[in-house]
Design a binder for this molecule. Structure first.
Ligand SMILES: Cc1cc2nc3c(=O)[nH]c(=O)nc-3n(C[C@H](O)[C@H](O)[C@H](O)COP(=O)(O)OP(=O)(O)OC[C@H]3O[C@@H](n4cnc5c(N)ncnc54)[C@H](O)[C@@H]3O)c2cc1C
Length: 554
């Protein structure tokens, strides 16, 4: 009989995750068994949705600009799985769980665990959800009671019929990283404002609302002259309010996400906060969306590895299953270690957001020095890892990994956006320098690393702990030395930031492995092996390239 290769399959996406069950046990204490049960059910749902995702592959969003009678309608039709994702996301609390009081400071861990398990099966529906979550957080931080009462319940409900999503429109043709040249103008119109301009990347154009930046007439040039506005996209009859959709972007990946170019021609808008300082007002959005980015990076890695692992148990070459080949097993092991480190850093970001929010809700003074540095580091480090892991995972499936209708190439194409949006690797590396320049932040990172490894006693974890400590020490020394040399500091910023991110990953992983050992858990040997392997993969990227060489090469 002719040979046909069996495709890779997914098992329960909670039980098969080597990290999530122990992380939930460790963080959620007495609530862990109940939450694990919920996540296990979602782990089955993720498998069901994965099958739908494969079947739904040919469907992509469509822009319908005109109706049959010649009226401009600019309606975006999304894919069937995206319509279902809207309902599932609300029902399973992919945003709401982060705002529910019952788990206190652990609400964010709960929420992001849901996102981690279900997200990879929902065709990047995580994109509008991240911005929705960020918008809710930004409105809460604005302190504007009228806006909070009207919009936050809609953004954070579990009722699919009531739930709103929100976009975030920052990027214009002039730039996304550097918004200082933004051309959108805000004009007063009685009690309200009207916006005029072009938004170049808007990923949630099917949303009911968006937060956006615009320059009130008469304000100064540069980013300080920008203000933050809330736009309700449609009127009661569902028609766009002085907004036209010029076209949808034809993108490498995230193809189910309808990313549009918009013209605002007098779109009514509500000012949030003061009519300047909009960049500062939108900052709460960024720590939330960057944490979503980091969690989406690790959940994308998990999905890629789940498929590559399974494939290695089904595919034979040179007389044995791939998993029995020492080099293939070694390749997969290195990827698992990257995943394990990335997981710990992303979920530590989630914990930090939860703790900050809890502190603010209780009116306590909260030290934000750690989260201000750790969250961008998590975003930039995991974004790069996600691309590298997805690339290796599709190679691990051989030629099939490159063939579109296996669904495998999407893993790489979708991962590639993670280092770009919400701040590119370089832009976040420079942000890290700025945050560390403010003082106290490098000490906060050092304290975080020591907190993570403080209790590590297992002899097999001594080298990972030393590798993490050593890398952070060298990074801090390099920073102090390079500080008076701006060109050297900027040129080395990415190596510096990745060293900080990777050494934190290793420290958090070693600390978690020790906890698993202490609990006598069956997964402890996996965890200690992952820490040892991540140390072997290397966490220290510090080094100076000659500036002259760089000039020659670039
Ligand atoms: C699929 C997709 C969806 C998107 N959706 C949205 C959305 O919904 N809303 C929204 O507002 N935006 C959205 N964006 C836009 C995205 O956020 C921006 O493209 C991103 O922030 C980068 O900005 P840019 O395109 O201006 O790149 P640039 O800033 O021009 O960057 C180009 C390169 O230069 C590097 N660079 C820039 N400045 C420096 C520096 N000072 N030093 C060293 N290197 C530097 C960058 O790292 C990058 O490698 C989306 C983008 C994509 C791809």
């Amino acid at each position: 009989m002719a040979f046909f290769q069996e495709p890779p399959r997914l098992g329960n996406q909670f039980d098969d995750d080597p990290l999530l069950p122990s992380w939930i046990d460790r963080c959620l204490g007495p609530a862990a068994p109940e939450i694990a049960g919920e996540l296990r059910a979602l782990g089955d749902l993720a498998v069901e949705c994965y099958a739908k995702q494969l079947a739904d592959m040919p469907n992509e969003p469509e822009l319908v600009q005109w109706d049959a009678w010649g009226q401009r309608v600019d309606r975006i039709e999304v894919s069937p799985l995206w319509r279902e994702a809207q309902v599932l996301a609300a029902r399973h609390g992919m945003v709401a769980a982060g705002y529910e009081p019952r788990l206190g400071a652990h609400a964010r861990t709960h929420q992001f665990a849901i996102v981690h398990v279900l997200g990879p099966s929902l065709d990047v529906y995580s994109c509008p959800l991240a911005m929705t979550d960020g918008a809710a957080r930004t409105l809460l931080a604005s302190g504007d009671a009228a806006l909070i009462d009207r919009y936050v319940p809609l953004l954070t409900t579990r009722d699919p019929a009531r739930m709103w999503t929100s976009g975030q429109w920052m990027t214009e043709r002039t730039g996304g990283s550097d918004v200082s040249q933004s051309e959108t103008v805000a004009r007063r119109d009685g009690d309200t404002w009207r916006l005029y301009g072009t938004k170049w990347f808007t990923s949630a154009t099917t949303s009911q609302m968006a937060l956006t930046l615009a320059r009130p007439e008469g304000n100064s040039e540069g980013s300080r002259g920008l203000a933050l506005f809330l736009v309700e996209l449609r009127d009661e009859r569902g028609r766009l309010r002085n907004i036209s959709v010029n076209r949808l972007k034809d993108k490498l990946g995230t193809r189910k996400v309808p990313t549009a170019e918009l013209t605002l021609d007098g779109a009514p808008a509500t000012l949030i906060g003061a009519p300047g300082d909009g960049v500062r007002a939108i900052t709460p959005m960024l720590s939330v969306t960057r944490t979503w980015n980091a969690v989406s990076a690790v959940s994308g890695m998990r999905r890629a590895l789940a498929l590559a692992r399974d494939y290695a148990r089904r595919r034979r070459a040179f007389g044995a299953l791939l998993v029995e080949k020492p080099l293939h097993a070694d390749t997969l092991a290195g990827l698992e270690a990257e995943y394990a480190g990335a997981f710990c850093l992303a979920f530590r970001s989630a914990e930090l957001i939860g703790a900050l929010e809890r502190g603010a809700a209780e009116g306590r003074e909260v030290d934000e020095r750690l989260s201000r540095t750790l969250i961008p580091l998590a975003k930039l480090t995991t974004g790069k890892q996600a691309v590298a892991v997805a690339s290796e995972a599709i190679e691990a499936c051989g030629g099939a990994g490159y063939v579109e209708d296996t669904g495998l190439p999407r893993l790489l194409a979708d991962a590639q956006v993670l280092p770009i949006w919400e701040g590119t690797t370089n832009v976040l590396s420079l942000d890290t320098l700025r945050a560390l320049g403010k003082g106290g932040a490098i000490e906060a990172l050092g304290a975080e690393l020591e907190r993570a490894v403080g209790g590590v006693r297992d002899a097999s974890l001594a080298r990972p702990v030393e590798a993490a400590r050593g890398a952070l020490r060298r990074a801090a020394a390099w920073f102090a030395e390079a500080l008076p040399q701006p060109d050297r500091l900027e040129a080395g910023a990415r190596r510096f930031a990745l060293t900080l991110g990777r050494s934190l990953e290793l420290a958090l992983l070693a600390g978690h492995a020790q906890w698993c050992v202490d609990q006598g858990r069956a997964d402890a040997p996996w965890m200690t092996a992952a820490a040892r392997r991540l140390a072997l993969e290397g966490v220290d990227r510090i080094g100076d390239a000659s500036l002259e060489d760089t000039r020659r090469l670039a």
